[in-house]
Design a protein around this ligand. Structure first.
Ligand SMILES: *Cc1c(COP(=O)(O)O)cnc(C)c1O
Length: 370
């Protein structure tokens, strides 16, 4: 049996008519950049989230950058984020001119360790950028109360947590703003690069929209210098075509995660994910841990089960952050887990046979090699 790591084709085939119609409408109208398809998507996404504003941008990385820039974060400031994430979370902090300050992950949930936050705050700290990695929500009550105490912005990186919930609130609706990526492999994916910002702050929304469109809300009236980060009509209409299915797909991911966890819960040497209490994890990734990660990954590959590692090098251990002068001992958990984590195939279209097969292969590995 083959179990690919992602399977974008089967999702396309399941809603082929919707997608094909959406694409051909845009082409017929040549509504390639901006226009009503983008506005319609912004409106539907904001409604689905119960927020006042959704600003579509070119990709998820820009969405983080634009928010920080429009909050006035820049040179001389510090922004705190987590040691294990995709580089966009930290790269965008540097792009604003601010300094990145990393915090280790919590050993159970793999998100920013809120217990270590306070010790990283200085007079220069402007914001905290928690990442709801893998679909797992960060401990938002604690993060928000620390932020309030020190007068800091909280910007939620929701690139991996579409429709995740913390105490009934959706990811991206708790801090000042939430940033989303619609990269094809994300839980809600376009057919190219795409992203958006959500916020209830009308002034911030207006400035983000302006900045992402060359600093102009009206043609040729540039009130500031900005950047070019627009969503195109094709991506917007594809995303709109997928929205009616997204909650069902999200639920399917949760069911698939449950099936994996039931099959793997008593397998020695394999640690399954722990969903934080009072939250809804949406399993962008289903990540297990094993001391023999590399051998397990090779074994699964030979059996036709494709896996991946998110991420093999924790951010502070990357060459690009050498200038911060950290050692692995500064981030012991992230540094240990980078060698143990393994992301199993995870998507709504995964069949129960595929899950069972992948789990059986893991058990076989443990019996023979562990
Ligand atoms: C994918 C991702 C991003 C960036 O999104 P792009 O659309 O690829 O620019 C940011 N943060 C995290 C955690 C991500 O996984």
């Amino acid at each position: 049996m083959q179990v690919p790591f992602v399977d974008l084709k089967s999702q396309y085939l399941s809603i082929k008519a919707d997608i094909d119609n959406a694409i051909s409408r845009v082409i017929e109208e040549t509504a390639f950049i901006g226009g009503h398809y983008v506005e319609e998507f912004e409106k539907s996404f904001a409604e689905l989230y119960g927020v006042k504003h959704c600003i579509a941008v070119g990709n998820g990385t820009d969405s983080i950058y634009v928010i920080m820039k429009m909050l006035g974060i820049g040179p001389g400031d510090e922004v705190i984020t987590v040691a294990n994430s995709w580089i966009s979370s930290s790269e965008t902090i540097t792009q604003t001119g601010a300094r990145v300050v990393f915090v280790d992950i919590d050993p159970i949930h793999y998100t920013i360790d809120e217990a270590q936050l306070a010790s990283k705050i200085t007079a220069r700290t402007k914001a905290i950028l928690p990442v709801h990695l893998q679909g797992q929500m960060c401990e938002m009550d604690k993060i928000m109360s620390i932020a309030q105490e020190h007068n800091l912005y909280v910007i939620e990186d929701c690139a991996q947590s579409h429709f995740s919930e913390y105490k009934g609130k959706r990811a991206g609706t708790i801090g000042i703003a939430g940033s989303f990526s619609f990269y094809p492999g994300k839980n809600l994916g376009a057919y190219g690069d795409a992203g958006c910002i959500i916020t209830n702050d009308s002034d911030l929304a207006l400035r983000c929209k302006m900045f992402a469109r060359h600093g102009a809300l009206k043609k040729h009236q540039h009130e500031m210098e900005g950047i070019n980060s627009r969503l195109d009509g094709l991506q917007a209409s594809i995303l709109s075509a997928k929205l009616p299915y997204i909650l069902e797909w999200t639920e399917k991911r949760r069911q698939n995660a449950k099936a994996y966890s039931e099959a793997l819960q008593n397998v020695g040497g394999v640690i399954i994910p722990t969903e934080r209490e009072h939250t809804k994890h949406t399993y962008h990734l289903y990540v297990i841990r094993s001391k023999q990660r590399d051998e397990l990954q090779r074994f699964l590959h030979e059996k036709g089960v494709e896996t991946a590692v998110h991420y093999p090098t924790a951010l502070p251990n990357m060459a690009c952050y050498k200038y911060l002068g950290h050692t692995k001992d500064d981030f012991p958990i992230a540094s240990q887990y980078q060698d143990e984590i393994l992301s199993l195939p995870m998507y709504a279209e995964l069949t129960s046979e595929q899950i069972e097969y992948a789990a059986q292969c893991i058990m076989e590995f443990v019996q023979v090699y562990a």
